[in-house]
Design a protein. Structure first.
Length: 244
């Protein structure tokens, strides 16, 4: 009897994960009924820290033209995995710009961002890509959110965690750079929240034509470390760690 009773609970997160996309349109109508919902780039998943919850990020076209350029609003929510009922939500106007560097995708980051004993954040990653073949560009920025009762609060906005750029002849020769930043939770903190340690690694690459071959030469990685302290309401991101 005990085994039969437990099985539905074991399968519950899988069922909720499979069904969460069915709630996207309903959530969108609740968040912003008068805006065009970009369902193709909306994402949702079960919260691994609490399988009874589903996390979702929904983009809305606010001032977007026929070419996809303009501003998008970003709705982020926590909902019940059982029935899709919204527990908490947050909406940021003009959160995403799409121009020559086009808005590419959203993803949910559920790494262990344990900011306090009973507070674990989750993230939304916003990715952009450039449209030039010979001057490639890519960027991914991270927002972090915490659930406090029925309130969903952003505590980190637009920390660039991945960036890549380059210039080449379209055949082989060129120079490229890629920067990656990883977050970890510091032992110390301020105002009840742990500080964030940001480890940065930048790698430059040069492509050279040698006869019929294209040779890739990797440069020596350049490393740096930054600390972001909580100021009582958020972690302020310095300009050098923000997207262009």
């Amino acid at each position: 009897m005990h085994k039969i009773a437990v099985l539905p609970l074991l399968f519950f997160p899988l069922i909720a994960f499979a069904d969460c996309t069915e709630h996207l349109q309903t959530w969108a109508s609740t968040l912003q009924p008068d805006l065009k919902f970009d369902s193709a780039r909306a994402v949702c998943k079960v919260n691994p820290a609490n399988p009874g919850q589903v996390l979702a990020a929904l983009p809305f076209a606010e001032t977007v033209d026929a070419d996809g350029q303009g501003d998008y609003g970003l709705g982020v929510l926590v909902a019940s995995a059982a029935n899709g009922e919204i527990i908490a939500r947050q909406y940021q106007r003009a959160a995403i710009s799409s121009d020559a560097f086009r808005f590419e995708s959203l993803s949910l980051d559920t790494a262990r961002y344990q900011l306090a004993a009973k507070i674990r954040a989750f993230g939304v990653r916003i990715s952009h890509e450039g449209s030039s073949r010979v001057n490639p560009f890519g960027s991914t920025a991270l927002n972090l959110y915490v659930l406090e009762g029925s309130t969903l609060r952003p505590v980190l906005k637009a920390l660039e965690v991945i960036s890549s750029s380059g210039e080449w002849d379209g055949m082989c020769a060129g120079d490229f750079s890629r920067s990656e930043r990883t977050l970890s939770i510091a032992d110390k903190g301020q105002h009840g929240f742990a500080s964030l340690t940001i480890d940065q690694k930048i790698i430059g690459t040069q492509n050279l034509r040698k006869g019929e071959d294209c040779q890739r030469i990797k440069g020596k990685p350049a490393s740096a470390r930054f600390t972001l302290d909580y100021d009582g309401s958020q972690y302020n991101v310095p300009k050098e760690l923000s997207p262009l």
